[in-house]
Design a protein around this ligand. Structure first.
Ligand code: PLP
Length: 423
């Protein structure tokens, strides 16, 4: 991993000092922090959207840059005293454009959802038709949920995955695009384990006069390391998060061509956001710097090898793996063949120290489970550990208290050998 032992030690000392000060002033919150650090370290973090940032990213996040107000963009702020945070944002933008080969990057979105909101604000008018993956098939809330601004303000048409293969039905996407003539097509998902064919989406968008918005919140980290195809050459706008496989701070980002740069920037500030979070932007710069290293590229390839190994081992245990496997860090599965519904499975696994999510099963009964290998790979685990984890999954689902205790102990052995942070 890109962080050296020396950098680790420095950060561990700084972290202790801060933690001591917090404990003296506010033991209640200090207890929460300490407990959460322990929870993250002694259970298996398999939530597909989570990862462990480096001590350097945490240092930038926990810095006095959090104190600075900076509305606007570098060189054009509404506040004084922005010279140094301007430098941080310029570095973040330069590193993001270089890393992803994009003409323009906006690194201010507070989250992935904020990035999507700004992309819609730049490209759409309320009431416009948008074609996106349906939520039961893996679309995000921002892809037309009635509980979200997207479903309220736009007219969403949903495409889905094929009932047999679990793969995106590109014929259906094309037919719906020709029938509904959407203003925008969104490609991207919270649960799709395979590569997305961005060239095919581009063709469909061109045939129907739609703009193409890639919501690459999940795979963008793999893209950075060369382990997944990039949407940048194909999509008009690419929305992303910085905290999933990319391993940066919690936040969002938008990539686009030069011709849309002004529109995207105005859609982020002042249209949908206020002051930029400069501590987070500095931490994004640190993460982009780490993501440009050969160590990070190797990490992303290992993430995929681990996910494939875990998926195959779980298939051997009897889980029904959606699409039969994965191209990415992400796996969705139906534990139904083992006699357990997804929500029950999540609870049994949590009791054994294995933390993951449930997910919709577009054609199945009940819910499935959704998980990924980004965090455990950061911890240094490899295929041997993935095979062990698959066996622990199966044992934890036996609904027997003794088995749960045994799995919990095995999880502790594993996490003690692969701590997320040293010290
Ligand atoms: C994670 C994700 C988001 C939202 O990111 P937040 O930072 O939680 O707002 C949006 N779209 C997709 C496809 C995602 O996977």
């Amino acid at each position: 991993m890109p962080v050296t032992a020396a950098a680790d030690d420095v950060r561990v000392h700084a972290y202790r000092a801060d933690a001591d000060a917090l404990r003296r002033q506010d033991p209640e919150i200090a207890d929460v922090l300490a407990g959460e650090v322990r929870r993250q370290a002694d259970s298996l973090q398999l939530i597909a959207a989570e990862n462990f940032t480096s001590p350097a990213v945490l240092a930038a996040l926990g810095s006095p840059l959090a104190n600075k107000y900076a509305e606007g963009y570098p060189g054009a702020r509404h506040h004084g005293g922005c010279e140094l945070v301007d430098a941080a944002e310029r570095i973040a933008v330069e590193r993001a454009t270089a890393l992803f080969g994009a003409a323009h990057a906006n690194v201010q979105p507070h989250s992935g959802s904020s990035a999507v909101l700004a992309a819609y604000a730049a490209m759409l008018r309320p009431g416009d038709t948008v074609l996106a993956m349906g939520l039961p098939h893996g679309g995000h809330l921002t892809h037309g949920s009635p509980a979200n601004f997207s479903g309220r303000w736009f007219d969403f048409v949903a495409y889905g995955v094929d009932a047999e293969s679990g793969l995106i039905d590109y014929d259906q996407v094309r037919a719906l695009a020709h029938r509904h003539r959407p203003k925008a097509i969104v490609c991207g998902s919270i649960a799709y384990p395979r590569h997305i064919d961005y060239a095919e989406f581009r063709e469909i968008a061109d045939e129907t006069g739609a703009c193409l918005i890639a919501d690459a919140a999940h795979p963008i980290g793999l893209v950075a390391g060369g382990a997944a195809p990039s949407p940048v050459p194909y999509a008009d706008v690419v929305c992303a998060t910085t905290h999933k496989v990319l391993r940066g701070p919690r936040g969002g980002m938008i990539l686009c061509g030069e011709e849309l740069a002004g529109r995207i920037d105005r859609a982020v500030f002042p249209f949908t956001q206020g002051g930029a979070q400069m501590h987070t932007i500095a931490a994004k710069a640190v993460a982009f710097g780490e993501a440009a290293t050969t160590e990070f590229a190797a990490y992303t390839h290992q993430v995929v090898v681990n996910a494939r190994t875990l998926a195959a081992a779980l298939a051997d245990e009897g889980f029904a793996i959606t699409t039969g496997g994965t191209d990415t860090h992400l796996i969705t599965a139906d534990p139904g063949p083992l006699g357990v519904e997804g929500r029950t499975a999540r609870g049994l696994l949590a009791a054994a120290g294995i933390v993951l999510d449930t997910c919709a099963l577009p054609y199945g009964d009940g819910r499935g489970i959704r998980f990924g290998t980004a965090a455990v790979t950061t911890q240094g685990m490899g295929p041997a550990e993935m095979a062990r984890i698959a066996a622990l999954f199966a044992a934890a689902l036996r609904e027997d208290a003794a088995a749960t205790r045994t799995v919990r102990a095995r999880v502790r052995e594993l996490t003690e050998r692969f701590p997320p942070y040293r010290g």
